[in-house]
Design a protein around this ligand. Structure first.
Ligand code: ADP
Ligand code: TYD
Length: 215
């Protein structure tokens, strides 16, 4: 589960809306920085100027603003830009890249939320992205709590939250299935606990990956 010699480590966080990914990304980044690591904290969609512009297109407005197919193209375009300009250069410089969501979110949200687009997602990923994280932390929790937390945040980026609880249920099950499909890089963390308890597990798993034990 470690990156190749001379390169950094690519850690992603996945899970339903409101599960605590952003909180845990920030805490892990702080903890690794305190330990003297060079860390790049980033997110998707976004993480580079061009991809942040695409973020506004996909996250604001009516839930039916885009079809799943159009959305897939927009997310892939954003990811390609993010990869070229932020992720690859940081990894090449030996840094730890911590990313709030990555390709597994596309496998779920565009891949299975409205019809079966997973084959298209996989083909485009292979063609245009071609990189998987070294470690993916799935923050798992029940959708009702996650949605309540996400709604409590209030903001304009509610297109996906407006899809409702049924989508979140489907996404949770789908993420757990992905964790089995990619068992070598996924670790599941119980997110329905106090922030510090979740953070302790996250730090331990990241430390193991950095040490190359992968456990
Ligand atoms: P995500 O990035 O997965 O959508 P956030 O980290 O933004 O989740 O958290 C959503 C909301 O829940 C925020 O208001 C955050 O402060 C709060 N939160 C995060 N983790 C916990 C936790 N373990 N317990 C209670 N509230 C939490
Ligand atoms: P994010 O800002 O991480 O939302 P949250 O903090 O509420 O989890 O992501 C915004 C939304 O974008 C989220 O509902 C999932 C969706 N999304 C996709 O549909 N496909 C993707 O490839 C990515 C990266 C995100």
């Amino acid at each position: 589960m470690t990156a190749g010699a001379g390169s950094g480590l690519f850690i992603t966080f996945e899970g339903i809306d409101g599960s605590g990914k952003s909180t845990q990304c920030r805490l892990l980044a702080e903890s690794l920085q305190d330990a003297g690591r060079d860390v790049v904290l980033t997110r998707e969609p976004g993480g580079s100027p061009g991809a942040e512009e695409i973020r506004r297109l996909v996250l604001e407005g009516d839930p039916d603003r885009w079809s799943a197919e159009t959305e897939l193209l927009l997310f892939m375009a954003a990811r390609r830009d993010h990869l070229e300009r932020t992720i690859e250069p940081a990894l090449a410089a030996g840094k730890v890249v911590i990313c709030d969501r990555f390709a597994d979110s596309t496998r779920m949200y565009q891949g299975v939320s409205r019809g079966d687009l997973r084959p298209a997602v996989d083909q485009m990923h292979k063609l245009m992205i071609g990189r998987e994280p070294d470690l993916t932390l799935l923050i798992d929790m029940d959708p009702a709590t996650g949605l309540a937390r996400a709604k409590g945040r209030q903001g304009k980026e509610e297109r996906f939250e407006d899809f409702g609880i049924e989508l979140q249920e489907k996404m949770r099950a789908g993420f757990l299935a992905l964790a089995q499909e990619f068992a070598d890089r996924f670790r599941v963390v119980d997110g329905a606990r106090a922030v510090d308890a979740v953070a302790a597990d996250v730090c331990r798993l990241a430390d193991n990956a950095l040490k190359g034990t992968g456990a």
